[in-house]
Write a protein that binds this ligand. Sequence first.
Ligand SMILES: [Fe+2]
Length: 348
Amino acid sequence: MSTVCYDGPSNFIDIVEKDGYFLIKNFFKREAVEKARAELKVILDKDEARRKKNPGPHVDSSVEYRSIYTKLMHTIWFPSLQSPTYLNLTNDMFSSAVMKDFIRGLAGDNFRMRVDLIRRSSGDNDWVDDFQLPHVWHRDTLGEFTFGIFFDDMPESGGGGTAVIPGTHWDTRDPRWDLMLGPEKNMTRKHHLGNRDLLTMPADYVADAKLNQRVAKKANKKKVEISGQMGDIYFFLNDTWHGRAPNITDKRWMISRIGCFGTEFPFKDDIPLPASIKNLTGPMSEHFNRHQTPNTQTDTLLRRMAYKRKSNLLTRMAAREKDKLLTRFYSQPDIAAAREAVLNAHNV
Ligand SMILES: [Fe+2]
C-alpha cells in the first residue's frame, strides 16, 4: 500500500510556473514518515558519534556514503541506499499520479537524479541579517530542480528551511554573480582564481549600491521560508533565487532533499554513484540511471523558463550598477596588482 495519502488539487505546475516552488501539506501518511525518520535518525546518530570520536575534515569521502559535518549542518548522501523505509517514501512519491503529472509538465517524460541526501541542523543560531541568509541567495544550474521531505514538525519560520523569492525564476539575473544584495559576501565575477581577497567586494562598496539595495528591499518583502510538518513535501526550481534561512530556534531539524535535472540540460555530473546503486528499486533506480532517453516534449516548464525568461528593468539596472562598482574595485591599485599576480601565476 502506498505511503502517499494526498488526494487534493493537482495544479502544481501552475503554482511552480508562477512562484518557482510548491509546498504540499499532508502528502504522506504521517506514520510512514515517522518510521523513515527513525531509520534516518539512527544513520545520522551513528555517523555523528563517529565524527565526535574522530574529528577530521568537514567532508569525509572515505566512507561509503559521503558525510559532511560542519558546525551548522550534518549531511549524508544517498539515504535511499541506507534506509528501506525512506526508499519506500521516495518511490511512492515519484510513482504517485499527481507527481508524475507534475514532472511531465515540468521536465517531460524523463529526468535524471543527481543525489539524494538527508541533513540535520546542529541547532546553532546562524542568523546573519534581516535579508541575507547564512547560505546566501543564489541560483544553481539551469534545468535543476529539487524535492524536499520534512522529517520534523518545523515551526512556521526560523527553522532553517529553504527560503525562496517567488517568481525570480523568470528573471535572467543571478543574485550572486550579477547583483550585490547583502551587507557582505558580495561576490566578484569569478576572476579571483583562488585569491580570496579578490573573491568578494569590500563592504564599503555596499553604500554606493543603491539600486541593489532597492532590489534587496523588494525581494525581502516577497521572501518565503518553506516550512512544513511530517507528511508535507516541497519543491523548488533551483533557478528561483533561494538559500537556507537561519535556524534561530536552538533546535535540530531534519529534512531530506532530492536533486534532479531535466534530460535536455547539461547534467551536473559531479557526484559519483556508489556501487550499491544497483540495489535500488522503482523510480529511484530508474532516475539515478545516468543514461536517460532525452526528453523530446517541447512545451515543458523548464524549457519555457530557460528560453522565455526576461530581464527585469530594476535588476538590469542593478546589475549595471554592480558592473560599475566592480570596475572601480578592480582599478584600485592594490587589487589591480593582485589580479595581475594571479593572472601571471596561472599563465593567463
Ligand atoms: Fe542551491
